[in-house]
Ligand binder design. Structure first.
Ligand code: COA
Length: 131
């Protein structure tokens, strides 16, 4: 049972609504759709902080906590865990709010790692100019 006093950590980076086309065979939202939204949110956070192109290099400690339903308002919150030499690690949580219930529910958490790239796709030191 989730503690109702818990609040999302980090800054809201994506807010969207899954559609029937995003469901799995059981009628819940497909985990791949959820992960792709998290990857997009993490990339937005990474790009804003390294100032240029990034590529996802790893996903760490991904947990699916509760199902996501068609029509839920789905939000991803992000924060920076660590900035390395060429990489940035972004922490994130996804929360939903259903049409029928006032409470928000934490549905996933994870940590994605992005590498800063030059415009021609080579890794670069974070803080260096892009090309
Ligand atoms: C991103 C890419 C250019 C990195 O090149 P690379 O030579 O393998 O890079 P390195 O092994 O030197 O690692 C680069 C950084 O990523 C980190 N990293 C790499 N693999 C990692 C992993 N599995 N877990 C955690 N960190 C990792 C390294 O620690 C390093 O961080 P630092 O420089 O801050 O210390 C290359 O791996 C690549 O092109 N991958 C495919 C990316 C992709 O297509 N993503 C999906 C679509 S966006």
């Amino acid at each position: 049972m989730q503690d109702d006093t818990l609040q999302p950590r980090g800054a809201m980076t994506i807010r969207t609504m899954p559609m029937p086309a995003d469901t799995n065979a059981a009628g819940d939202i497909f985990g791949g759709w959820v992960m792709s939204q998290m990857d997009i949110a993490g990339a937005i956070c990474a790009v804003e902080n390294v100032g240029g192109r990034v590529a996802t290099v790893a996903v760490e400690a991904m947990s699916f906590i509760a199902p996501v339903k068609v029509g839920d308002v789905f939000c991803v919150y992000t924060w920076i865990d660590r900035i390395g030499n060429t990489s940035i690690k972004v922490g994130m949580e996804a929360w939903t709010k259903s049409r029928d219930l006032p409470l928000r529910t934490k549905v996933t958490e994870g940590h994605f790692i992005y590498v800063a790239l030059t415009d021609d796709g080579k890794k670069r030191l974070v803080g260096e100019t892009r090309s």
